[in-house]
Design a protein around this ligand. Structure first.
Ligand code: HEM
Length: 244
């Protein structure tokens, strides 16, 4: 290609020099979650959905029909807390893998202040981020806290354990303690529905995110746009595995 004339250079500012060119390559794909983490996530998600459905069934008589999904009222009653325990173990698996990257860092405050730009999609005004943004971190810690509250309050109201509490922690078996536990359990469940809806909405709203948890990968463009520090770190490692 001929060199641009001086006139052209004056009229259109030049940013490139001879030899610069776009080289077409296969699209860059970035691995975000290994198979183990994805399975762990989807087990957690399935448990949460089953818990919400069975929990709603107990919440109000008008929703009792939902017990039909689980084989009737009695089955739902013993199944709900068991699924709860599976959720606790499963979420703990996610927690161990992710807690470090969900610790707050300086750019989280700036990102939160500029939430208007996040919603309007003005990424150029936002700070470069690591693997998670402040919203995702909030979801992570909110879920961790709510699950903890739900398991503690849930075990207190688990009929089967009432004799155990009577022997070892009589206070927990008292009617007032159980009344408080029921309210705490329902309030935490209500909040977890909100967090769940926000989480799923954000995952769908941020285009190209769902595949992170289905295929395990995102595009290079997605990573550059939303989690540039994370991408830079991966690029800096200089190791690239062949795409599967
Ligand atoms: C149908 C329901 C769900 C969908 C569609 C969904 C989707 C996703 C997607 C796409 C990601 C990847 C986001 C990213 O890496 O940027 C993700 C991450 C994550 N999900 Fe879910 N999810 C669901 C349910 C749940 C539930 C019920 C929980 C917890 C109880 C949960 C906990 C997490 C956590 C801890 C992460 C890591 C990122 C973060 O801290 O936000 N997810 N989810």
């Amino acid at each position: 290609m001929s060199r641009p004339s001086k006139k052209m250079a004056r009229e259109h500012r030049l940013y490139s020099m001879p030899g610069d060119e776009l080289a077409s390559r296969k699209p860059v794909v970035v691995r975000r979650y290994r198979g183990f983490t994805r399975i762990n996530h989807w087990i957690t998600a399935a448990c949460m959905i089953l818990l919400l459905l069975s929990g709603f069934a107990f919440f109000h008589p008008s929703l009792y029909w939902l017990t039909g999904l689980f084989g009737g009222g009695q089955t739902t009653r013993w199944l709900h807390p068991i699924i709860g325990l599976v959720l606790v173990v499963s979420f703990f698996g996610l927690f161990v893998q992710m807690w470090r990257l969900n610790l707050p860092v300086r750019e989280d405050a700036e990102w939160s202040r500029k939430i208007g730009d996040v919603i309007r999609g003005n990424e150029e005004n936002l700070p470069e981020l690591g693997k998670y943004n402040a919203g995702q971190k909030l979801v992570f810690w909110a879920m961790a806290g709510l699950i903890l509250i739900m398991v503690v309050s849930g075990v207190i109201i688990w009929e089967q354990y009432i004799p155990l509490w009577r022997d070892f922690a009589p206070g927990l078996a008292s009617i007032p303690a159980r009344q408080v536990a029921v309210i705490v359990h329902a309030a935490a469940a209500f909040c977890s529905v909100l967090v769940f809806v926000i989480h799923v909405y954000a995952a769908i709203w941020t285009r190209g995110t769902i595949r992170a948890m289905t295929r395990g990968t995102v595009t290079g463009g997605w990573a550059f746009r939303h989690h540039r520090k994370w991408l830079r770190e991966l690029a800096g490692r200089g190791t690239t595995r062949p795409a599967e």
